[in-house]
Design a protein around this ligand. Sequence first.
Ligand SMILES: [Zn+2]
Length: 310
Amino acid sequence: MASANEIDIISELQKKPFSVRQSGEQNILVKQRPIPNLQATTGNRSFQESWYSKKDWLCCSSEKNALFCWPCLLFCPGSSSSWTQTGFKNMKNFLSDCKKHEKAKSHMGAYKTWKTYGFQPRIDCLMSQTRREEIQRHNEEVRQNREMLKTITEAVLYLSRQELAFRGHDESSSSMNRGNYRELLESFAKMDSVFERRLHGRLAETHLAGGGRFTGVSPDIQNDLIDCLDKIIEDEILKEIYCCTFLSIQVDEATDVSTKEQLSVIVRMDKGESVIERQLGFVDVSCDRTATAISSVVKGLRDSRPLLLL
Ligand SMILES: [Zn+2]
């Protein structure tokens, strides 16, 4: 039995459960599994102190003179088991009852919580580290994609400025001439090893393993880039239009190499000291080249561009 001055932790826990205690108190309490020597005998079977080392969850209340389950007392005190309520006293059935209790779902949950108590921040830390590495890999990939996009944009600008065709007749890997766009990118690749690896899809060497990454050579990408650059140039022209004093628009029809009738649209702006001209683009008017149709095209241009104050 416990002496008058000795505090029985298990009795205290039953009065005030672990869950309602302050975190500082919990941190101390969780490590204080009470393992006093128990003088208990049932039939010809007595309590043995070595059971504490064999069953690391086992604890004892001196006051109640009974065995309890320490993790269940801490984290699952509501379970109706004798291991948390009255205490276990039948030494004769100790081993069989222990096995039965160890298989209980509530005990397994409480045992796991007890064993990992205090380690949670370290697990979180480990997860944060993994997440950080994942973000770093992603950022590195974004950085390399942007670098690649810069080079590809330069190729698109160059070919557009020089009015050169992008595509080749034969763009297969065995082709001697894969078209201006691919050949220009191959030339850039000779001077930039990272770009060369990405262009040819050899990403494993750059620790960015995996397929389906951005290489920038598909016809869709080429058209998307041309559209993006076209939009940027048009926005700049519209800014000039917005600031100019006077404006006129010229339209002229011409036939291109594919025999399509194209309407060239040019704006002429008076900027005070000088007069400048900018081409807004070509519009296919093959279907209808009447004055009414051409007039509709011009009005359509105005309606689709709010800054074009015609
Ligand atoms: Zn238990």
